[in-house]
Design a protein around this ligand. Structure first.
Ligand SMILES: Cc1cc2nc3c(=O)[nH]c(=O)nc-3n(C[C@H](O)[C@H](O)[C@H](O)COP(=O)(O)OP(=O)(O)OC[C@H]3O[C@@H](n4cnc5c(N)ncnc54)[C@H](O)[C@@H]3O)c2cc1C
Length: 285
């Protein structure tokens, strides 16, 4: 950030976009600033701070929970709204990120736009079928599945602003779980995973299994989800879904663990997570 000369504090999205579109001075968006500070922004001369635009809300709206892009993860960890959504997995994932001072800076938008191998929130959005609202030339709504297919920082235009994350409320007959494996609490993830199951009577009608930190980008394992859908769950079926997740996931090695280690642990954590989802939905296995 050697060339940084200006900070801008727009009061709304239109003002922020006007600043970003004016390329006479090269500018970048800053939210919590915990990641952008590490980027190679050599030619950036201006930072557009988007934290004063009224996007720091967490609210219920009909059948949805809406989270403004600049809501910080400490608020996501504490909010009664997130604690009551889908067995509180978004609150749980948020509470396990870094330290409290950092959680008071890190925003929902920053966490999902610049994906790091350790980013924890994307798996929750994938498991809960989140939608991401982006303001570009026009407003568009992108399903989490599509949003995380590539590194969002590369696919978004320089004037695109993530406005909001929308999560549907989940029915009583569902269960969700988030598990982060790390060496110590608040440390970077060796792996994070989020699972969601929905039932009709005792039949599993919908399954989502999302993983992070084991592959370059967070992803769902749809082949494993198909093993569960339309069936009554048994220990054998859950073991099969976990084995399929392992088989279909090309794990990567990094300083937190080898690909082989992650592969074995992944299978076990998927099993544990699915059993927990069923239990939370009141399904006896
Ligand atoms: C020591 C440390 C430990 C951490 N541990 C974890 C962890 O365990 N798990 C975890 O998930 N995270 C962790 N993080 C946080 C993570 O690495 C990122 O720093 C964080 O998610 C970035 O969020 P931010 O709000 O600070 O974004 P910023 O740094 O402000 O922005 C990041 C990027 O996203 C862009 N951007 C931000 N908001 C928007 C928006 N609304 N629309 C468009 N573009 C936008 C910016 O232009 C920038 O390029 C840790 C961070 C630190 C410093």
């Amino acid at each position: 950030m050697n060339n940084l000369k200006e900070f801008y504090y727009p009061e709304n999205i239109a003002e922020a976009q006007k600043l970003l579109r004016d390329e006479s001075v090269k500018k970048a968006i800053i939210a919590g600033g915990t990641s952008v500070a590490l980027l190679n922004t050599g030619s950036v001369e201006g930072m557009v701070d988007i934290t004063r635009m009224g996007l720091n809300y967490i609210k219920q709206d009909g059948g949805f929970v809406k989270i403004g892009a600049t809501a910080v993860v400490e608020e996501l960890a504490r909010s009664p709204i997130t604690k009551n959504l889908a067995n509180g997995i978004l609150a749980k994932a948020s509470s396990e990120i870094a330290s409290r001072p950092l959680r008071n800076m890190i925003t929902m938008g920053g966490n999902i736009v610049q994906l790091r191998i350790w980013s924890d929130l994307p798996v929750v959005l994938l498991a809960l079928d989140g939608q991401i609202k982006v303001q570009g030339d026009e407003e568009r709504t992108i399903p989490a599945d599509d949003f995380f297919r590539e590194q969002p920082l590369k696919t978004l235009a320089h004037f695109d602003i993530v406005k909001e994350v929308v999560l549907p409320k989940t029915p009583e007959t569902s269960g969700a779980e988030f598990i982060k494996l790390s060496k110590t609490k608040g440390d970077y993830a060796i792996m994070s995973l989020a699972c969601y199951l929905e039932f009709e009577e005792k039949t599993c009608t919908l399954a989502r299994i999302a993983l992070s930190s084991v592959t370059p980008l967070p992803r769902r394992c749809k082949k494993a989800e198909k093993v569960l859908e339309g069936k009554q769950l048994t220990p054998e079926l859950i073991a099969e879904a976990a084995a399929v997740t392992r088989e279909k996931t090309k794990t990567i090695s990094n300083i937190w663990g080898s690909a082989e280690y992650k592969s074995v642990v992944l299978e076990n954590l998927v099993k544990k997570s699915l059993l927990s989802c069923a239990d939370k939905a009141g399904i006896q296995i």
